[in-house]
Design a protein around this ligand. Structure first.
Ligand SMILES: [Zn+2]
Length: 307
């Protein structure tokens, strides 16, 4: 992330976060299929609930694999305690769907337990490049000063480029990168074909305004088509409720509407608050993540005129 982009995103976040509170209900493990549980976040998208990021677990005969690690070592520890209530099988692997703070900053807790962390090579690069700047500025995200006291940034131990298979005993987990950029350059999906389950990370947001400031929009659409063609029944998005292919179509439509209107409106309106309210009038009405609209405008559309 470029520093100027980061500063704008942070500014937008602060505007939103001053209104938010820390006392939030926590995520819960919910059974999706026999071997897969989602850790579906509560709605709202505040720092107290890991910005509503979803995570999950896949339980094989021999081992457990965790998808995404939430925002801090403390949240990862609470997640692990919830996992232990469901299964006593050893947690062997963690997969990061991408590098963003609400999906990968719990890594250090699992690394300290000796658990192997896996991600795309570009996810590893991005954690190494961007990780420490998150940890140095908790106040910028509306978080208390000691929020990341126990947290270090830890990048994946093992990386891949296009595909990796992980055998959990009776169950094979496929990690896939389409070869095309989307939400981030290193965003991957986690497919469990035998259970008809897919974790999309932030390639899919459902009923939740997507964070798209760093995304590659044409590539993103191709990735959504790729996911849709897998024809998976149970899709766990990066943010929002359990989803289906219908939600993928809605996301494609959203990206098109956002880009077209943001380009047109930002050519005339440079005030971020006025631009955000104009955008919210033309975008599909969604239950969560209104604050992300201004992050996207500040981080992607208004920034161009400054170059
Ligand atoms: Zn993300």
């Amino acid at each position: 992330m470029k520093l100027k982009t980061t500063a704008l995103i942070i500014l937008s976040l602060v505007l939103f976060l001053v209104q938010s509170t820390m006392a939030q209900p926590r995520a819960e493990l919910k059974k999706v299929t026999e071997s897969v549980y989602s850790y579906l976040a509560v709605p709202g998208g505040t720092p107290g609930n890991a910005f509503s990021a979803n995570a999950g677990i896949i339980i094989g005969k021999d081992a457990v694999l965790i998808v995404d690690t939430l925002t801090s070592a403390g949240e990862a520890e609470a997640f692990m305690a919830d996992i232990k209530k469901i299964t006593n099988k050893p947690v062997r692997y963690v997969v990061n769907t991408h590098f963003h703070l609400d999906h990968a900053l719990g890594n250090s807790y699992f690394a300290d337990k000796g658990i192997t962390i896996i991600g795309h090579a570009k996810c590893r690069d991005a954690i190494i490049t961007n990780g420490s700047q998150f940890l140095e500025t908790p106040d910028m995200f509306g978080l208390p000063a000691d929020f990341w006291k126990e947290t270090r940034t830890v990048s994946p131990d093992i990386t891949f480029e296009r595909e990796m298979l992980i055998d959990l005993g009776n169950l094979t987990v496929k990690l896939i990168h389409s070869g095309i950029k989307s939400h981030t350059a290193g965003s991957v999906i986690v497919h469990v074909p035998e259970q008809n389950v897919l974790f999309t990370g932030d390639i899919l947001f459902t009923d939740f305004h997507p964070y798209l400031a760093e995304g590659d929009l044409p590539g993103w659409e191709k990735n959504l088509n790729f996911i849709s063609a897998l024809n998976v029944k149970n899709i766990i998005p990066g943010h929002g409720p359990l989803s289906t292919n219908k939600d993928i179509e809605a996301m494609k439509t959203y990206l098109t509407i956002f880009d077209k209107n943001a380009k047109e409106l930002s050519a005339k309106e440079k005030d971020i608050e006025k631009l955000t309210s104009a955008m919210l009038k033309v975008l599909p009405k969604l239950s969560n993540g209104d604050f992300i609209v201004s992050m996207n405008l500040g981080g992607r559309y208004l920034i161009k005129s400054e170059k």
